[in-house]
Structures are given as C-alpha cells and as structure tokens.
Design a protein around this ligand. Sequence first.
Ligand code: NAP
Length: 320
Amino acid sequence: MSQVRDVIIIGGGPAGYTAALYTARANLNPLVIEGFNWGGQLMITSDVENYPGYADGVLGPAMMSDFRRQAERFGAEFVTDDVTSVDFSERPFRVHVGSDEYRAEAVIVATGASARQLGLSSEQTLQGRGVSYCATCDGAFFRDKVVVVAGGGDSAMEEATFLARFARRVVIVHRRDEFRASPIMVDRARANEKIEFVLNAVVEEVLGEAAGHVTGLRLRDTVTGDAREIEADGIFVAIGHDPTTALFLDWLDHDEQGYLVTEPRSTRTNITGVFAAGDVQDHTYRQAVTAAGSGTMAALDVQRYLEEQRHEREVTAASV
Ligand code: NAP
C-alpha cells in the first residue's frame, strides 16, 4: 500500500504549481502529478507580458519552469506522467497513473483546459510565431498589423473587437454565414470599421513556415470550394476551449460543457476533500494570473479542510 499523503495535485499549469507552492510551504508535502506534457497552455505561447512581476516579459515555457522550480524549492514532489483514473468513492482518495496508485486525504484538480485547434500542421509549426489562441495575451504584439480571427462564436467577436484596438485590420473568417455568437456581439463587431468578415470560409493552411512567422492564410470557400490566399501577420484561433475533465465527469459535478462546478467563493467540489482550481472550473477569465490565484485558494481551502479533519479526529479520540 502506498503512503497516504495530505494532498495530491493533479495538473501542472499555473493553478497546479501555485497550489503546490502554497501547500508545500504549509508543510503538506504535496505530490503534483503534473502530466507528461507539463506546463499547460503557456507552453504554446511565446512572450507573456501580462503576468505581474515579470516587468520585461517572459517566455511562457520559461515562466512555467519558474513556477515549477519555486514549488520544488519548498519540497513539492512531481510525477511527470498523466493520471489514468481516479477513485473518489472514499477517503483516502486514490489516483492512478497506469499501475501505480497514489493516495491522499485531499485532492486538487487543476488539469486546465485547452484551446481548440484547427488541426493544421502549419498551425502547429507557427504557434507563438503569429498563431495565437488568446487576444488578451498577444493582441498588443499586432499593433498596426493585419490579423485574422477564426471562429463565429462570442469569443471570436470579442477577440476581434479587442484586437481592433491595436491592429490595422481584423478579418473574421467563419465557416458558415450564420453566427453562433449573440447578435449584440456580432453587431458590435460589424459596427467597427476596422473589422471585416469573410464568411463561408475555412482556414486551410497558415502560410509563413519558410519565413518563420505568419505571412498569410490559404482559405477555402465552403460553398464554391474555391481557394484563395490572403495576407496576414497573425491568426487568432477562437473556436472554443475544452476543459480537461474526462477522468472526473463520473465523480464531480460539471456544467454542460464539462467544466467542473465549485461552490461560490470557494474551490470546493461536490465531494468533500476534492477541490478544483484554474481553468478546469473557469471558462470566464482564463488567465495565468487568475489560475494562479485560484490555485492559492485551493491550497488554503485544503489547509483548512485538513485542519478541520485533524480537529474532528482529536475530539473523537478525546471523547472515547
Ligand atoms: P463556441 O460558442 O463554441 O463557438 C465556436 C465557434 O467556432 C463556432 O462559430 C464554430 O462554428 C466555430 N468552430 C468550431 N470548430 C471549428 C473548426 N474546426 N473550424 C472552424 N470553425 C470552427 O465557443 P466560444 O465562442 O469560445 O464561446 C464559448 C462560450 O463562452 C459560449 O457559451 C459563449 O457565449 C461564451 N462567451 C461569452 C462571451 C461574452 O458574453 N462576453 C465571450 C466569449 C465567450 P459553428 O458555429 O459553425 O459551429
């Protein structure tokens, strides 16, 4: 039988590592099962300029190494592999990585979410070199440039409107001629003279692999089948996000999109002793700094929970 730990943190992004830092400093000896591809969404961004404390900006992967190192410095331990199943039916909770079993009195789920990708190899190659999934993060790099936003939902409209503050021209490319976005968001984008629409079109290739940065896009008309190329300095893919929650859906309350539901002003889930932090339970803010804040909340919630547990055990022991 494996030892029973105070806390296991599942996920190695800003929320997970911050929860690890705080629980390590509270002497809770956290084990972080950080995933084979640790680091989360920041591993596919380049410069991060909106994380407080990095006045000169920082590369996303470097920032995540810093987060990890800081947690390690206070004694957090790591398993660099993916969780394959969990059993939250009783305490201690069980977390499996293949045939290895880990047990803990408390679990923090911080597995994050991922931006949906178009699925093009040129998109992968040019990630961080003009291909972005977050206008709030990267918009300012496109001052006076031409950018495309792919998608027809509220995110696409919101990102396009935000990007129009910086860019010279914003082109929304959407695969249908009707929008999933709410009419008010579409109207706002339509009213912006910097924004134009290309409807019934999909991005077939991101151009610029030879140049090492995005130079344009090849679009395919979904009605006529015709292809054409347009010049662009960047593309923001805004076709939705998917929370990484498949392992937890049978155990934890979630909304219809699969995001975990936590109690208001808390990181508590429906299972006492299981907490959720970061993008896995937040589809509104989705920033590294809000995820880190939420990881802090989860660590403090765990600390309080474990103290209550200890107190209850002492009271029971004293009354026997
Ligand atoms: P969404 O509503 O799921 O919209 C995704 C859009 O991307 C759809 O237009 C979809 O096209 C398109 N799309 C999906 N896969 C594609 C692909 N492979 N290639 C090309 N296009 C593709 O996602 P979202 O816009 O991120 O919004 C998610 C949720 O957050 C929604 O509930 C939204 O209302 C909410 N939200 C609200 C606000 C706000 O109120 N301020 C802002 C942002 C998001 P089809 O329409 O053809 O399927």
